[in-house]
Every structure is written in C-alpha cells, then in structure tokens.
Design a protein. Structure first.
Length: 348
C-alpha cells in the first residue's frame, strides 16, 4: 500500500502545511513525510485563490487530487469538494498469494478523516496550528469559518470512472453518507465501503449461521490485566464449519481450566489441579455478537482469584477444556494448552 500515505498527506495539505505523524496509519507515513515534506507537495500542486463579493474560493489540482474549498463571507461557512484519483496498485494488490483491494479501507479512512478534520474545531485547530492552509497569502484560509459540508469523489486514475463518493455534514461517522459504485469482494481486512468493522463483523456472523457446525476450536489469546483487581486470560471459543468458517451459533459454553503438570521421569505433560470452571448458559440473541469475533469466535474472560501480579511467571501454564452445546442439543468439545501452547493459568 505504498501510495496510501502519499494520498493521505496530499489530502491533509488542504488543511495544514505539515503532515501529522499521529494519524496512526502506519510508520511509512512518517517516512514519507521525511522524504517529501508537505511544503514540497504543496509547491507541486497547482493552487489558485479567487475572491468575489460574497464567496472566496481556493482551488487545487495535481495528479492525485483536485477540488475546491468555497467560503461564504456572509454566513461564515464553507464547503469542500474533492476529487481523489485511485491508482491500480491500491485497487488491486497481492497478499499471501491472493488478490485483495485496499479501496474500501482507503475510502472509509479518508472520508472519516475529513469528517474529523473539518467539523471538529479542536481537530481543525490541531491541524492548522503548525502551518497555514495553501492560500499563497499565508493566512489560515478557514480561520473564523465553519464547514457545513465536505464531498469527496473517488475516481479510478486509469479509466476515470467513479468508484465511490461520500458526503459529510458533521464530525461523527453517522454524519457521513456513502455511495459505492464498485464492489470489492476480497478487500483488505474484509472492509466494505461505508461500513464500520463492527458492522462488517456482525453481518459476517449472521451469514455464518447458514453453515453447520462440525467441530470446535479453543484458543488461549494471552494473559490479561483488566484492572488492579482482575487478571486472567481471554479464550477464543470457535464453533467451526467444515470449511473452518466460525459460526456464530446460539448455545452454551462450559470451560474447565487445569494446571499443566510434568512427569519428571517421562517428561510428559498432564492436567493437574482444576483451578477454574466457567459456565455460560445463555449465548443467544443479538447481544452475543458484542463479544463474538470472526477471527477467534466467542471471546470469554477467565478471571483468576488466586494469581500473581501481572505479568505472571511464564512457568505457570495450564490446559483448558471447552464444551459448546447448540440450542438443538449438539455438543462439541476441544482443548488447548496440553502441549505447552502458552496457555497461562498463573497460580501463586
């Protein structure tokens, strides 16, 4: 995704001379900023400022982005209209031998970024305090103005066809309206244009219900320390279909956790003392999807009453047995940790 940081920095040049490295996109964003400062990017853009009696307009254009920011001098409001051009290496990429697309992630990220930057006064101030907007006069182009709408079109750079668009009227995700004109079945992280990851996961979970459960998998996802008084581990309990799709089926879960002991003569491991039993009888309704992951199944917390302070001694391992019972009475069992698979029981 080498072009994503470039596009984001070019986008941000509308707001500030300088690209913040706190965006959390990736380390490559910071590298790109060092190699090509946003002042240089700004100089490579064609920027024009025109002023009338009522409106003032800043227009900009280069090979990756073009658009206008229009200010109304009477109402002290402004609107932004942006065209962004998506190259082939964002639309199609190869990952682990499969072709995927970074377009849905790019569209959602940039539309959300514009919503935050334009409509949130504190975010706008943060972005503009280290530099000015790209008006040649040097003044902050949006000082004293509030944005009422930002509209972004995403256009295929090669064939110039419209891929998607979004219109934001506020700083929250709910204030952004999306339209998608192309579908991407194999997208990076499974993202869908205009949908949050939570929405995508819940839709996938409901779709999985059409498949029949054939087996169960349980994983120790690692030691946890939720607060000063609670620590333990999180388990992933995954009812699986024949093709290893995790099925968000209703039912009940029982887990039993044992200390993992080692026979000093044979060096074989075996389950020792029972240290925790967890019974979750009612996994049903849409509420269950709040702790369901399409990657790990049902996320179950096991809180230890008798543990060392976090982090625990790595020598404290255990084995966990899990049973999942469906609403129609079918039972599936699995275990983890009996082969020294880093499942921390963490006794004193």
């Amino acid at each position: 995704m080498r072009n994503i940081p470039i596009i984001l920095c070019i986008t941000l040049v509308l707001l500030v001379v300088g690209c913040s490295n706190k965006s959390g996109i990736s380390d490559t964003t910071e590298t790109q900023t060092k190699e090509m400062p946003t002042e240089q990017i700004a100089k490579e853009q064609e920027v024009k400022k025109t002023s009338g009696l009522i409106t003032e307009k800043l227009s900009f254009k280069d090979e990756d982005i073009s658009g206008t920011v229009i200010k109304n001098k009477l109402t002290k409001t402004a609107e932004a209209k942006i065209d962004m051009f998506i190259p082939d290496d964002i639309e199609k990429q190869e990952l682990l031998g499969q072709e995927v697309s970074a377009v849905p992630m790019t569209v959602n990220l940039i539309c959300g970024l514009f919503g935050t930057a334009f409509f949130d006064p504190s975010a706008l101030q943060e972005l503009t305090k280290s530099g000015n907007l790209t008006a040649e006069s040097g003044e902050n182009f949006l000082q004293g103005y509030s944005i009422t709408k930002s509209a972004i079109k995403f256009i295929d750079k090669e064939d110039k066809k419209l891929i998607a668009d979004c219109t934001a009227t506020g700083s929250e995700w709910e204030n952004i309206k999306f339209n998608a004109y192309r579908e991407y079945e194999n997208s990076l992280f499974g993202m869908v244009i205009g949908k949050t990851m939570e929405e995508v996961e819940k839709e996938a979970a409901k779709k999985s219900l059409s498949k029949e459960i054939t087996h169960l998998e349980v994983k120790c996802l690692g030691p946890e320390n939720w607060d000063a008084d609670e620590d333990g581990i999180t388990l992933g309990i995954a009812p699986l279909s024949a093709d290893n799709t995790i099925v968000a089926a209703e039912g009940s879960i029982i887990t039993k956790s044992y200390v993992l002991e080692k026979n000093k003569d044979t060096w074989e491991y075996y389950k020792g003392e029972l240290v925790n039993t967890r019974d979750i009888p009612d996994i049903e309704g849409d509420e269950r999807l709040n702790y369901f992951s399409n990657w790990d199944g049902y996320l179950i917390r096991l809180i230890w009453d008798n543990t060392e302070s976090y982090p625990a001694d790595k020598s404290d391992y255990g084995v966990v047995y899990a049973t999942f019972k469906t609403k129609d009475g079918k039972t599936f069992e699995a275990k983890v940790g009996d082969k020294w698979e880093d499942c921390q029981i963490r006794l004193k």
